[in-house]
Design a protein around this ligand. Structure first.
Ligand SMILES: [Zn+2]
Ligand SMILES: [Zn+2]
Length: 88
């Protein structure tokens, strides 16, 4: 299945991934905040920080769509590397 792509200023055209806004912040600040990733059946990667990972589903959902942003797969890999997490 084809993952929709995004065009990143750094990495060019890449598959889109979903991460919490704290991970997007950590890419800007260079400060690791945890990186808990998974890959959906559609092949789309997503990840949340330590703080978001500690929430139960209802509390996480209560944060709403503003808590989640789209980044390119290159940025996703950069965020994983920042947190010293390996993607399979
Ligand atoms: Zn988070
Ligand atoms: Zn990127």
């Amino acid at each position: 299945m084809k993952v929709p792509s995004v065009t990143c200023g750094t990495h060019g055209k890449q598959p889109q991934t979903f991460v919490c806004r704290h991970i997007i912040e950590s890419l800007k600040t260079g400060e690791p905040k945890g990186f808990w990733w998974s890959r959906g059946p559609d092949g789309v990667w997503d990840a949340v920080c330590n703080e978001c990972n500690a929430l139960d589903q209802a509390a996480f959902d209560a944060l709403g769509p503003d808590n989640i942003g789209v980044i390119c797969l290159g940025c996703f890999e950069d965020a994983a590397a920042l947190n010293e997490v390996e993607l399979e």
